[in-house]
Design a protein. Structure first.
Length: 131
């Protein structure tokens, strides 16, 4: 389990992003887990997650966690190819990137909506999701 993406399982924006990542990840490098899952609770150190809001994306790669904009940029890096163009984002100071990230995270339910419960993956995708 070298590449795990943890996301808010009830957030429409997050779920749509995961669906797009699944399609882009032709090598099937990524595994996915909702931040609300038992797996996430047992795997992620408590200091890295807000258990009330689940207001970040976390990316676990090679024993290290990345959050917010650093998670997004590292996911792009792991996808490689045309997604490397987004690595230009590293020239923007992290506090600025994360300020924008926090603005979207704070308003994600209002702007994109949310589900009552975490989405259950289809049978053909279950192997990519960690419970």
């Amino acid at each position: 389990m070298d590449h795990i993406i943890f996301f808010d399982g009830v957030c429409n924006l997050c779920n749509n992003s995961v669906n797009k990542l699944i399609k882009m990840d032709v090598k099937k490098v990524f595994k996915f887990a909702s931040l609300q899952s038992e797996f996430a609770r047992s795997f992620i150190p408590d200091h890295l997650i807000n258990h009330k809001d689940f207001d970040t994306i976390l990316f676990y790669k090679n024993g290290q966690f990345y959050d917010r904009s650093n998670a997004v940029l590292n996911i792009c890096k792991a996808l490689g190819g045309r997604f490397n163009v987004f690595l230009i984002g590293y020239i923007i100071p992290r506090f600025m990137r994360d300020t924008l990230y926090r603005l979207v995270a704070k308003n994600r339910y209002k702007w994109f909506g949310k589900k009552d419960q975490c989405v259950v993956p289809t049978d053909d995708l279950k192997e990519r999701f960690l419970d």
